[in-house]
Design a protein around this ligand. Structure first.
Ligand code: SF4
Length: 491
């Protein structure tokens, strides 16, 4: 079924105040609804606490976001009492309340530090700091420098206490923040207009997902058809999206053949959806698959990338494999399963690598999906020079299924997206990740990190390990099934 809407709904072209707000402010705890999001938030809080220690001897304004009035009173009292280093002080000006991560007095002025658990400064961090500086100065303080503190991914953890001066990088963004500050009053006015007025009627667009996924996305996109909405087209530009909406088109099926705003990949997707069946370049696909050497080893890693390194020799946000699944498929379609899940909380890499090398044997193609597995193997080869020759031999056997899918097939139900989460149910509709306790890589990563950090009970860890084995095994079994389907297509 397709949907057509009148043009008027989309012609206003108002800029979305919610999106403006998201561009200067990260989501708060109140918006966190999943365990993964909560974990990322908690990890950020932990990084913030550590960063405070860079500026030792300060006083914390301990009242949380539910007690902002008390936080303002405590801040005022501390400032009047001559405090020179404050953690989480609260300021209110021009209808805006901010909590500054760290404020340090230097002479008669102050240095403002905003801590981000990222590996670099992002544009929205600067606007965030600009709003904070605007509010703090509005309260009568002079801000000398506005800085962002973030994690330095070149830091290698040596065990024991973190070396905070190496773990964190401090970037002075005063000039950029001050350049943005003249726009802040107008920005705040647009927020007030939004809050005081009727619900804004705005166009959906790039702002719905960048820099953060908007919490109202489902609501604002409710006018799109459930099946084949135009927003499913891969990497659809905002210009093309709005051009289609101007034509009253919300379904891929309704896109005219002569619509010129699509890339070749998007146009192929439209053709497949309209035809209602996959488009397959059979000769090219058969030739690509003929490069496979049997038996085929389907390989998949699960990984963690903690902000704060867990084991000596690792860096902030380093991606560390803790589990793999391998399905060994013979040319006649039969297969067997091999797997490894590291337990016990120690650095998984060495044991995992040795087991993997044994399980992958010496010959046969090693399929994977996306370049992720190749990158992990390359890092393992660097980490363990004595195993590098054998790991590089495995790298030489790699065969990435994703570019094959991308180059030679277009499935209407995958809508041009090549992630295994879309491709698998499209090509093998009897297979899905729905119903699994762990159904995505981020959840697997978060739960495993929590186990290593001692945040789960013994029973929870036992269940987690069982769920992880099912999930990772599903990923490589998906590749078995996918390869079967692709070979069927070749005839
Ligand atoms: S989903 Fe709605 S509220 Fe959110 S950014 Fe998009 S248009 Fe604005």
């Amino acid at each position: 079924m397709s949907t057509r809407l009148s043009k008027s709904r989309f012609q206003k072209g108002l800029q979305c105040p919610r999106a403006l707000w998201l561009s200067v402010h990260e989501p708060t705890a109140a918006a966190l609804v999943t365990e993964s999001k909560q974990w990322i938030f908690d990890q950020g809080t932990e990084v913030g606490r550590l960063a405070q220690q860079l500026f030792g001897g300060g006083t914390e304004v301990a009242e949380d976001y539910r007690h902002q009035r008390e936080a303002l009173e405590t801040t005022k009292r501390l400032l009047e009492g001559g405090a020179s280093i404050l953690y989480e002080p609260a300021f209110y000006f021009d209808d805006v309340l901010v909590r500054v991560d760290v404020l340090v007095k230097v002479g008669d002025a102050w240095d403002l530090y905003e801590v981000k658990s990222t590996s670099k400064v992002k544009p929205e961090h600067v606007t965030d700091v600009a709003v904070q500086t605007y509010v703090v100065e509005g309260c009568g303080l002079t801000v000398r420098r506005s800085c962002i503190v973030h994690l330095d991914t070149s830091y290698v953890y040596e065990g024991g206490e973190y070396d905070l001066s190496a773990l964190f990088a401090v970037e002075d963004v005063t000039a950029q923040a001050r350049a943005f500050m003249p726009a802040v009053p107008g920005l705040l006015e647009s927020f007030r207009t939004m809050l005081d007025g009727p619900e804004p009627d705005v166009r959906v667009g790039a702002q719905c997902t960048t820099p953060y996924e908007c919490d109202f996305s489902a609501r604002c996109h409710a006018f799109m058809p459930a099946e084949h909405p135009i927003t499913n087209l891969p990497r659809l530009s905002e210009g093309a999206l709005h051009a289609l909406l101007d034509l009253g088109i919300t379904s891929i099926r309704d896109i005219p053949d002569d619509f010129s705003g699509l890339t070749p990949t998007q146009a192929e997707t439209v053709a497949a959806v309209k035809k209602g069946e996959p488009l397959v370049q059979r000769d090219g696909l058969a030739e690509a698959l003929s490069a496979l050497e049997w038996p085929v080893y389907h390989l998949d890693f699960e990984t963690i990338n903690p902000a704060l390194p867990l084991w000596p020799g690792t860096r902030p946000y380093q991606v560390i494999p803790f589990q793999y699944s391998i399905h060994v498929q013979q040319e006649d379609g039969t297969y067997e399963h091999r797997e490894y899940l590291h337990t016990g909380g120690t650095d998984p890499r060495r044991l995992l690598t040795e087991r993997m090398l044994a399980d992958l044997a010496e010959t046969g193609s090693v399929t994977h999906y996306t370049s992720f597995e190749r990158q992990r193997l390359e890092r393992l080869a660097t980490a363990f020079p004595d195993l590098a020759k054998r790991i590089n031999a495995v790298i030489g056997r790699l065969f990435d299924l994703e570019p094959v899918i991308k180059q030679f097939t277009t499935h209407p139900d995958a809508c041009g997206r090549t992630s295994i989460k879309y491709v698998l149910p499209a090509w093998c509709p009897d297979m899905s990740y729905a119903g699994l306790e762990i159904g995505d890589g981020q959840t697997a990563s978060v739960r495993y990190t929590m186990a290593v950090r001692g945040m789960l009970s013994a029973e929870e860890i036992e269940k987690l390990y069982a769920d992880l084995l099912i999930y990772c095994g599903q990923d490589t079994f998906a590749m078995v099934r996918l390869l079967e389907r692709l070979r069927e297509e070749c005839g």
